[in-house]
Design a binder for this molecule. Structure first.
Ligand SMILES: *Cc1c(COP(=O)(O)O)cnc(C)c1O
Length: 430
């Protein structure tokens, strides 16, 4: 360790305030990342970590990816920023065309912002204004799924139901209505939704939910049953309520298709993208919507947007990323990767006496441990070069999509030995 790096750690302790972090316990063992390559991160002390949560679910094709870097640099030498107020720019047009094509032009209008929260807020505002424009002034409420996470801005908090982050600010949030998540009982979730819609559809503008799985519902990674989304879409159509699918986490190839809703053959009225859409390189939120919704705004202005929304560098990176996800799927590499990832996952963790539950979908998986142990396991794993994070009693695995096979094995094996160390169980010989 050099003196320089000690100074950096001191400054980190003196000045930094990280999001959603208990700073006091973090400062007992702070970590400042200096560089990254592929699925690996290096800190200022020269220690390396496998990026087991893809830098908070953003990184699709590894750090310092050659193709993404090249797309970035090509754009960097042409145009780094210009406004989208009253004019367009080349990479944003190319990205919009690509996204529209990727939905078979079902969602042909593209509004770009800075993050997942703003992607969702944009959709909700568009829905609100749409109904006002149609003279349905009473349609003002948002319906969302129990345990839904839609961002931490006030709009995101208001429409969401992620209690740990909402409770301190609940007083200042606007009200939204929740219906039960399908995890335990999809039939009763749909029945409850139908009853709410029957009674209140004239007051409800839109329903927002994550598609595929809900990251923070229940004990985490709550996977939706097949065909559930189709039923949601049917009910929204029947009761004239917009469907907003929040794919900030589950979109961008994470579940094996470019957009999660495509595996169910469903397109919503609004699709929100973030996190992995810009490859884990630059911040971005995208709201896709239908031509018919856009057309209702004819002669009107949608009074919304963010200064750096649709930044050219970000758009160029996102465009290359989407092309790479499509190729990954088309060549069969995605399917092969998912099969390896899931079989290694089940092989490693099945029948473990201290693991209560295994969940897997696409390039994500989660284990649920007994209460009070998950953070300890993550801390031990970190000492053994694996960076993973707990949520409640669960640990999530969300690596870059193209993580190497030996790295997948390393991720799971280090986690397994960390669990065993946390319980001080000796590994059993085969
Ligand atoms: C992360 C996340 C958000 C919020 O995105 P930010 O970029 O943090 O604002 C919204 N919805 C889901 C499903 C997410 O996972």
């Amino acid at each position: 360790m050099t003196e320089d790096c000690l100074t950096i750690i001191d400054w980190e302790k003196e000045h930094s305030w990280h999001f959603m972090s208990d700073m006091e316990s973090y400062f007992k063992d702070p970590c400042v990342i200096e560089s990254a390559r592929g699925s690996w991160l290096w800190d200022v002390e020269g220690k390396r970590y496998l990026d087991g949560n893809a830098s908070m679910w953003t990184n699709t094709f590894g750090h310092q990816n050659k193709r993404i870097n090249a797309a970035f640099l090509k754009q960097f030498h042409r145009l780094t920023h210009t406004t989208k107020v009253g004019r367009g720019h080349l990479p944003a047009v190319l990205l919009a065309r690509k996204l529209s094509e990727a939905t078979n032009h079902e969602l042909s209008r593209v509004f770009i912002t800075n993050n997942g929260s703003t992607a969702n807020e944009t959709a909700v505002k568009m829905s609100f204004q749409y109904w006002q424009l149609l003279g349905k002034e009473k349609k003002t409420k948002v319906l969302s799924m129990e345990g839904g996470h839609h961002g931490l801005s006030f709009g995101g908090l208001s429409i969401g139901d992620f209690k740990a982050v909402k409770d301190p600010f609940r007083h200042w949030c606007f009200e939204s209505i929740q219906f039960s998540a399908p995890a335990e009982n999809p039939e009763s979730s749909l029945k409850e939704l139908e009853d709410i819609l029957k009674e209140k559809h004239q007051e409800i503008a839109c329903l927002i939910m994550e598609s595929g799985l809900q990251a923070v519902q229940g004990s985490g990674f709550s996977i939706q049953p097949p065909a559930y989304l189709k039923q949601i879409k049917r009910l929204c159509n029947e009761f004239e309520v917009h469907l907003i699918l929040d794919e900030v986490f589950t979109g961008a190839g994470r579940l094996g298709t470019l957009f999660a809703c495509q595996s169910e053959g469903v397109y919503p009225d609004f699709l929100s993208l973030g996190k992995g859409i810009s490859a884990g390189y630059l911040p971005m939120g995208v709201t896709l919507t239908k031509a018919s919704i856009y057309e209702a705004f004819k002669g009107k202005t949608f009074m919304h947007g963010h200064t750096y929304g649709g930044n050219p560098l970000t758009c160029a990176v996102a465009l290359e990323n989407i092309k790479m996800i499509e190729e990954f799927i088309e060549t069969g590499a995605m399917q092969e990767q998912i099969e390896f990832f899931s079989s290694a996952f089940f092989e490693t963790f099945k029948n473990h006496p201290n693991i209560k539950n295994l969940r897997h979908l696409g390039m994500t998986s989660a284990i649920e441990l007994e209460p009070g142990i998950a953070m300890k396991v993550c801390n031990i794993a970190r000492k053994n070069e694996v960076w993973i994070r707990p949520y409640k009693n669960s640990i999530f695995f969300v690596p870059p999509l193209n993580i190497k096979k030996e790295e997948i094995l390393f991720l799971f094996n280090v986690t397994l030995s960390s669990i065993n160390q946390a319980y001080e169980i000796q590994p059993q010989p085969n």
